[in-house]
Design a protein around this ligand. Structure first.
Ligand code: CA
Length: 679
């Protein structure tokens, strides 16, 4: 059954503006959930399937089942079981096991448990690492057969500091499905392995485009096996973002060229990772451990009923995801599940980062363990997430991995909704404008974003729109953005909030908005296609919209070449100048100095300097002046030999757009002026 869900990411918007909307139910767990803390747990990472020299071994964690069995199949989705294996219980760790003496490569299996005198439905379990069509049965494959050539030496880019990362968020289908992409494997993992692809105008598309743009990491929307696309009917061109997890530990079938073949699903995802790594680009996976696509029918419920989800006192599923349920990271076996699952992706697929959907449904302890364990595998792995929930949770607020609690975590970053809403206008009010589109009153909140929500002597957090205190201890805890797959694209937001303007004026606003993102401290994040002024025809929640809404039209790259070149300039500028990538709050407080501007007289104007070769920069001082007003504004700049880096919609990382001597200077409407002083 395919269940259509509202995406979690859409639902989160209800609570996305700030922690302030989170109701204050602050008890640790419900009376109903207390029963689960008594369960024995199993800490090994070999759950469910292990093939070794002595045969094939199954071990299912299901502490309250009265019976359990394994069904073996020849096929991934049709036919009946050729053999049923009874399992034996080990009360000490709550697991059931069965073995056969052969290596059953090529076969499929499901588990079935009996609990409260009832046999539940068959399930591939929660640890299926390969599956058949539509993820109904787990597959037994030799993972070594799925490795592309050169896999042993494959490695993602080394990341010294997370502020060095530039994130590009993309959906497989959006990126390649349009005929204008020139890509053969449309909507597939393999799309990102194709080189030399071009748009009708001969401009680079696909992976070559990513290299040209200069981003460091792609962040792929959910790519584990999800529920909503029927893998048996791909000719129907179904679309989904994928926030409806089914099998967390295996790739989604519809992104492979043959979802019926478990090895192909795995191999093609690895080929994608390898191709991106060969291009010097890291791969970040969007992971959704916070809820499951189904309630009672989920693999969690079918293996250990009740345990993996949270409930209210009366036994109802609690629903902090807005999708019908939420998982219970505060319980040992679920905690271990999340930690072991991301470790698995990092080890087996060489994944370079994880973006946690609705991260605040998880507890801070779990997130700390996630980051610490991943660091042991690869210190370059970047973990960040949405520091909010989409509804109330039984989990105590002080335990939630909220944006406001980010400083209680180590090596975890959160999205800054402060900068996002202040720059372009509120996400939930299409017509609302922000700093970059002429609405006054957002200056201090933009400054909160510029200093990456760290304590700064010149930033008054009490005037912040969303957050009222410096919640980040370090800029490496903040991801700055103005748009993502959720809500209106930047283009659509600008069209709705500037209805009378021309697209050329809107593009000026887009440039200014992204200049703020890319010059701010923290890690910049952009949504795929915005560098070409991509829109989604005004659809804000396009989680299951057709390709006609979601596909990127690569003809836009030629049409909006000036905008694309500006984005290229932003990535190049940021990569060349460590002043934009400081690594501590102390550095920012010392080297980032705002100029005094009276916002009541000069609204929508921010000017600051990055001083004294900040963070080892070879420029002595960088001046960033942001004018979001629809009229020119005058600023006073210290006398000196200034070179022009950005002016009136043009940008040059080499600072060769002219020279200035300082003094009274006019900044064009809706634009950024960036200057550099070498000595
Ligand atoms: Ca699927």
């Amino acid at each position: 059954m395919v269940k259509i869900l509202t995406s979690s990411a859409m639902a989160l918007t209800l609570f996305a503006s700030a922690g302030t909307m989170i109701p204050a139910s602050a008890f640790a767990q419900s009376a109903y959930d207390a029963q689960f803390t008594e369960y024995p747990t199993y800490s090994g990472d070999d759950l469910e399937l292990l093939v070794d020299g002595s045969g094939t071994h199954f071990r299912l964690w299901s502490p309250k089942a009265s019976e359990a069995r394994v069904m073996l199949y020849d096929n991934g989705h049709t036919g009946t079981a050729y053999q049923t294996l009874p399992m034996t219980f080990n009360a000490a760790d709550g697991t059931w096991s069965a073995s056969v003496a052969d290596k059953l490569y090529g076969k499929f299996y499901t588990f079935q448990i009996r609990q409260n005198d009832k046999w539940l439905d068959e399930t591939p379990g929660v640890w299926a690492k390969a599956v058949g069509l539509n993820g109904q049965r787990a597959a037994i494959i030799d993972m070594a057969n799925t490795n592309p050539a050169g896999w042993c030496c494959d490695r993602g880019p080394e990341v010294k500091n997370f502020s060095d990362v530039i994130i590009y968020e993309m959906h497989h289908r959006d990126f390649s499905v349009d005929p204008s992409s020139g890509i053969a494997n449309k909507g597939k993992f393999l799309a990102l392995t194709e080189q030399g692809t071009t748009s009708p105008q001969g401009l680079a598309t696909g992976i070559d485009h990513l290299k040209e743009l200069g981003i460091t990491h792609v962040h792929i929307l959910p790519s584990y096996d999800y529920n909503s696309v029927d893998e048996a009917n791909l000719q129907l061109n179904q679309y989904n973002w994928g926030y409806d997890p089914q099998n967390h530990n295996t790739p989604e079938g519809s992104y492979s060229t043959n979802p019926s073949d478990p090895e192909t699903r795995v191999r093609e995802m690895k080929q994608m990772v390898k191709a991106l790594h060969d291009a010097g680009i890291g791969v970040i996976m969007d992971v959704v451990y916070n809820h499951t696509a189904e309630n009672d029918g989920s693999n969690f419920e079918l293996t250990a009923p009740g345990y993996y989800h949270r409930h209210w006192d009366d036994g109802r599923y609690s629903d902090a995801s807005g999708c019908g349920n939420e998982t219970a990271s505060d319980r040992r076996q679920m905690h271990d599940y999340i930690v072991n699952s991301v470790k698995y992706w990092a080890d087996e697929y060489h994944i370079d980062g994880f973006r946690f959907d609705l991260m605040a449904i998880h507890d801070t302890e779990t997130m700390n363990d996630v980051a610490a364990e991943l660091k042991k595998i690869n210190p370059s792995i970047f973990v960040y997430g949405e520091g909010w929930t989409a509804g109330d949770s039984p989990l105590a607020i002080d335990r939630r991995a909220l944006k406001e609690n980010v400083s209680a975590m180590t090596d975890i970053a959160v999205f800054s909704d402060d900068l996002r809403d202040a720059v372009k206008g509120h996400y939930s009010n299409a017509e609302d404008r922000g700093f970059a589109t002429g609405k006054p009153g957002n200056e201090e909140t933009v400054k909160i974003g510029i200093v990456a929500a760290t304590a700064h002597p010149q930033v008054d957090f009490s005037k912040g729109n969303n957050s009222k205190f410096p919640y980040a201890k370090s800029p490496e805890m903040i991801v700055n953005y103005v748009s993502c797959h959720d809500d209106l694209t930047l283009t659509d937001k600008l069209r709705k909030s500037m209805p009378e303007a021309s697209d050329s004026l809107r593009q000026a606003a887009a440039k200014l908005a992204q200049t703020i993102v890319f010059t701010s401290q923290g890690t910049p994040f952009m949504f795929a296609g915005e560098e070409m002024f991509r829109d989604k025809k005004g659809v804000h929640n396009s989680y299951n919209s057709p390709d006609s809404i979601n596909a990127i039209d690569w003809n836009l790259k030629a049409r909006n070449a000036d905008l694309f070149n500006y984005y290229k300039g932003l990535t190049a500028l940021r990569k060349a100048h460590p002043a934009f990538r400081m690594t501590s709050a102390e550095q920012i407080a010392r080297h980032l100095v705002f100029d005094k501007i009276d916002s009541s007289k000069q609204p929508n104007l921010i000017s600051y300097s990055l001083k004294d070769n900040a963070n080892g920069d070879d420029w002595k001082e960088i001046k960033v002046i942001l004018n979001g007003a629809d009229s020119p504004q005058t600023v006073s700049i210290a006398k000196g030999d200034w070179r022009i880096v950005a002016i009136d919609g043009k940008i040059s990382p080499e600072a060769d757009l002219g020279a200035m001597q300082g003094g009274k200077t006019t900044v064009a409407p809706c634009s950024a002026l960036i200057l550099a002083r070498v000595k």
